[in-house]
Design a binder for this molecule. Structure first.
Ligand code: ADP
Length: 556
């Protein structure tokens, strides 16, 4: 269950607990003080009674001669000695006051004066310590609690006629003398007060205090409730209502009904300031949002227009690019036919070279080599155009890498021997036939090998190696490396040499002719087969181009 005003309830409980604790401590303190006072009072009363009896006894003792004198001046014992008078007064006193006192001794002559247990114990202490002038404590007699008080009595000269020496001789009252001396412990005056009256007063005191505590608790709870309601809860309720109104969007909400002039008023004023600021801010914000939204939709509109313009331009460009590639493919094809014829005729003429002069033979050789170079470049353009126009397809054949290299050696060897290059081929014996497009694989080899020859100076070395990588977790692959001892390529240039029409811009490489298409085409062809290609090179020490083809190419 949740109390409506749980804050008030918490405060009321807190105040009630504090009041109860404080009042209980006060009550306990009062009880303790009352007991202390009561004991002091009883002790004083007992002391007065005891001293009065002692004074009476002393008076009787001193006046014995007078009391026991006859009219004729003779001695006649009247039985009014201190003991007898003390007992007599005691009996009368005990009769109507409810308090009791008696004179007692460890060994009594009159059984009426015999000590009880409390008195025996007290007298032992008093006899043992002469400095003890009184003793008091609490006891129970016939089921009632009582206050006990004892003062010591000592023999003096006036006592010795009855209690002194010689021992055994009867005194005037007929009792045998005990042989005591002056100053010896004689006994005690014992006073007994019933506690009932004090206890009843104590009970009345406690119950009236408990009633007072309850009254105080109710008063403090009531006051707390009233104060909390008027000083805290009502303003907070008002504030909560207004905050809720703010939350619902009524930013003009203001606190007007706070009647106090304390922190609650400052809180209300702060709230009003905050609400007004929020209102202002919100109105400003709304204007700004409308303004910005208009700007945004304008910009959006412009963007949409530009986007559709760009789309149209893009479509146009794609179409132009496709037409260009198509044109290049057709043109390259058209160029190839007469060029092949030129190369073939040059070859025939060279074959029948004996009838020609050496100058004519040299010219023919130039025609033959330039024709080949031109043909290779046209082939590159043709292939690249086909790939870009989406016309390139893979024709899957069984390919023997060794056979491909032998085929290429035919066109490569004249250049190799011309440049006095050492050409090493190292094909691993376990290489199987691969399934790929034969023409395209030859093209990859040709481009990489002709680059190696082109960029390796006379006397250099070119090594072609191929190996099988048959990793359990991957498809089997053939790794081919074309390594040369040529001019090398620096780190920066290695990043873009596989891009179309990109050549290294250095004094050395500028000496060599080329279109900048060879490596781009090789990469496209390798990737078409599902392979990959990369270069490792160091300027002045040579380059190693590595390409990897799956044993069964992608799409085969
Ligand atoms: P290019 O027709 O110019 O040879 P490529 O795409 O085949 O075009 O090569 C691009 C560039 O990469 C070359 O111009 C050359 O600078 C560099 N290059 C390629 N292969 C080698 C190599 N084996 N040694 C040094 N540089 C090379």
């Amino acid at each position: 269950m949740r109390f409506k005003n749980s804050l008030t309830i918490k405060f009321m409980i807190g105040i009630a607990i504090i009041t109860i604790v404080l009042m209980t401590v006060n009550l306990l303190w009062n009880i303790r003080q009352y007991n202390f006072q009561a004991e002091l009072e009883m002790k004083e009363k007992a002391e007065v009674i005891a001293q009065q009896l002692i004074a009476t006894r002393s008076f009787i003792a001193r006046k014995q001669d007078l009391i026991n004198a006859n009219y004729d001046g003779g001695y006649d014992f009247k039985h009014l000695n201190p003991a007898a008078v003390g007992k007599g007064i005691g009996e009368i006193f005990n009769g109507y006051s409810g308090y009791k006192f008696k004179q007692t001794r460890p060994i009594v002559r009159d059984p009426y004066n015999a000590p009880d247990n409390f008195e025996i114990e007290a007298m032992k202490q008093l006899a043992a310590d002469k400095n003890l002038k009184e003793l008091w404590g609490y006891d129970e007699i016939d089921g009632n609690r009582v206050f006990r008080y004892l003062v010591p009595l000592y023999y003096d000269e006036s006592c010795l006629s009855c209690h002194g020496k010689p021992v055994g001789l009867n005194d005037i009252s007929g009792y045998a003398k005990e042989g005591f001396s002056s100053g010896e412990f004689a006994g005690s005056i014992s006073v007994v007060f019933p506690m009932a009256r004090f206890e009843a007063a104590q009970r009345t005191n406690i119950s009236s205090q408990i009633v007072f505590i309850l009254f105080m608790v109710f008063v403090s709870i009531g006051l707390t409730y009233l104060m909390m309601e008027h000083i805290i809860i009502m303003p907070i309720r008002e504030l909560t209502g207004k905050v809720a109104e703010l939350g619902r969007g009524n930013l003009s909400a203001q606190l007007t009904e706070i009647q106090t002039y304390d922190e609650m008023r400052s809180l209300a004023e702060e709230f009003n300031t905050m609400a007004s600021k929020l209102n202002e801010l919100y109105n400003g914000l709304e204007e700004k949002v409308t303004e910005r939204t208009a700007l945004l939709s304008e910009a959006n509109q412009r963007l949409l227009e530009q986007g559709s313009k760009l789309q149209a331009m893009n479509a146009k460009l794609t179409e132009t690019d496709r037409l260009k590639s198509e044109f290049l493919a057709v043109m390259s094809h058209e160029l190839r036919t007469p060029l092949t014829a030129i190369i073939a005729f040059a070859e025939i003429l060279l074959a029948e070279g004996e009838t020609l002069s050496s100058l004519q033979q040299e010219y023919l050789q130039d025609i033959f080599e330039s024709g080949h170079q031109l043909l290779s470049q046209i082939n590159d353009i043709l292939n690249m155009s086909k790939i870009e126009a989406g016309l390139a397809k893979i024709n899957c054949n069984q390919i023997d890498i060794k056979e491909v290299l032998n085929h290429l050696m035919h066109s490569i060897s004249p250049l190799v021997s011309k440049n006095r290059l050492t050409f090493i081929v190292d094909i691993s014996a376990d290489i199987p036939n691969i399934v790929a497009d034969r023409e395209k694989v030859i093209h990859i080899f040709r481009n990489l090998i002709s680059n190696a020859i082109k960029f390796t100076s006379n006397g250099g070395e070119i090594t072609i190696s191929a190996a099988l990588v048959n990793d359990q977790e991957k498809v089997p692959e053939v790794v081919v490396k074309i390594q040369d001892t040529g001019i090398g390529i620096n780190q920066e240039d290695q990043k873009y040499i596989f891009d179309k029409f990109r050549q290294v811009d250095s004094a050395e490489s500028r000496e060599y002719p080329g279109s900048g298409l060879g490596l781009a085409l090789a990469r496209n062809l390798v990737e078409m087969h599902g392979g990959r290609i990369w270069v490792e090179s160091e300027v002045g020490r040579g380059s190693t181009f590595t390409f990897v083809l799956p044993v069964i190419a992608k799409g085969c």
